[in-house]
Ligand binder design. Structure first.
Ligand code: ATP
Ligand code: MG
Length: 393
């Protein structure tokens, strides 16, 4: 018999009407893939209504269980889950396990209630009996009082077919939608604070992400690429495996610097990044590009400049951070674990290339005029030929 079981809830997906089945199927597929390294310990049950069971089928070291819990917690689509103890289906076994379970939470409450359910009708006691008998032994053992109307602590007990599950504390998940249920997108990932957050937010809304990073090695240090790999590695906590495409824009920057109005450098480079992104999207069968733009945050992120940049592509450009304050973005970066990596010093492809007085209100026709001075198609083609694709897991 199993010693513990993870009980996963999916409220938002659960509300999705007729798509529900597809969403749950994808979520389970994602979970199985993420938990593959631990499969010897686990047995995946079928979904029951709004929840899904993963049984721990053999003795498991505490730190491995913690790793599994962390992976589940970071899986998009999961609003919350319980780590339940399991017991046999006799009253004595249920009482013993309930006392042991409550013992781990004893500091957290004064009053409690037992919420019981008997799914297995073959046992010789009712769900009321469970509530009464477990309630009284907890009261005797720990001196805590029963309060059915507004308890500090709820102990859930469900007698199922072969075993009983006993649980209390919900572990909050990150919610959102299962990766893959919204299709695919290319996330433009720099080494900064913003784009790892926008990439995360896209994933958390059900997009399966391929990351694209543009660099100017050897003009910039190879460490900048290492840093991006670390960021992508962190983001695999959420999506699982991620494809990272590294693209040199050195030659493109040289062509821009040599032939165009220096005030437009950044916009022109961004336009070409989007064009390359569009080609990658075709390769990957992705339907959108994702960037970390936030309105007004830096010179390149005015409405005029966003428009002049976006005109370079027909693709849908998603900007999950567009209306968020930097403070919030930083908080989110901390929460998802990318902040400490993002603030490591690095020189990025753009900063060394930034003109002294960049244009903040670019006129589209003037941008296009400058763009025509370089052979964009040829440069894009060459950059793509030299792309380096890596799978990070
Ligand atoms: P970030 O913190 O993500 O670097 P930022 O505030 O520095 O963003 P910009 O440098 O203007 O803003 O970049 C805007 C967006 O363009 C980034 O969020 C990212 O999506 C994309 N981008 C910029 N530089 C690169 C790069 N070298 N590789 C890939 N994408 C990039
Ligand atoms: Mg940046």
């Amino acid at each position: 018999m199993t010693s513990k079981v993870l009980i996963i809830n999916f409220e938002e997906i659960y509300l999705k009407g007729k798509n529900q089945k597809i969403f749950i199927k994808q979520l389970i597929r994602n979970l199985k893939r993420k938990l593959k390294p631990y499969r010897d310990f686990l047995s995946f049950d079928k979904a029951h209504g709004g929840s899904y069971f993963i049984e721990i089928i053999k003795e498991i070291p505490e730190e491995i269980l913690d790793e599994i819990i962390d992976k589940v917690r970071k899986t998009p689509g999961i609003t919350g889950f319980y780590v339940a103890d399991t017991a046999g289906i006799t009253m004595q076994e249920i009482q013993e396990k309930a006392v042991e379970h409550v013992g781990r939470h004893i500091e957290e409450f004064e009053s409690f209630a037992v919420v019981s359910k008997r799914i297995n009708k073959g046992v010789n006691f009712s769900s009321m009996d469970i509530g009464r008998q477990v309630g009284s032994i907890i009261n005797e053992t720990y001196g805590k009082k029963v309060d059915l109307s507004s308890p500090d602590f709820k102990l859930y007990i469900k007698v199922r077919g072969k075993y009983t599950i006993i649980y209390s504390k919900i572990i909050k998940g990150i919610g959102g939608l299962p990766v893959g249920t919204s299709g695919k997108a290319i996330a433009m990932l720099s080494g900064g604070i913003d784009s790892p957050v926008s990439t995360f937010m896209a994933m958390n809304r059900g997009l399966h992400i391929t990351a694209a990073h543009f660099h100017s090695v050897p003009k910039t240090s190879p460490q900048s690429i290492e840093k991006v790999k670390q960021l992508v590695k962190k983001l695999t906590d959420y999506q699982g495996e991620i494809k990272l495409i590294l693209i040199s824009v050195l030659e493109i920057q040289e062509a821009i610097a040599k032939n165009t109005d220096s005030r437009l450098r950044l916009i022109l480079l961004r336009r070409i990044m989007l064009k390359i992104g569009e080609e990658l999207a075709k390769q990957e069968r992705a339907k959108a590009l994702v960037t970390g733009d936030s309105l007004g945050q830096v010179a390149s992120q005015t409405l005029e400049n966003m428009k002049a940049t976006e005109e370079a592509t027909n693709m849908l450009v998603l900007r999950p951070l567009v209306a968020l304050d930097k403070k919030y973005i930083i908080e989110k970066a901390r929460e998802i674990g990318t902040f400490d990596i993002s603030i490591l010093p690095h020189d990025d492809a753009c900063s060394m290339f930034t003109p002294k007085s960049p244009e903040t209100k670019a006129q589209l026709h003037y941008v296009e005029e400058n763009c025509a001075k370089i052979n964009v198609e040829e440069l894009v083609k060459k950059a793509l030929e030299q792309a380096d694709t890596q799978i990070i897991s």
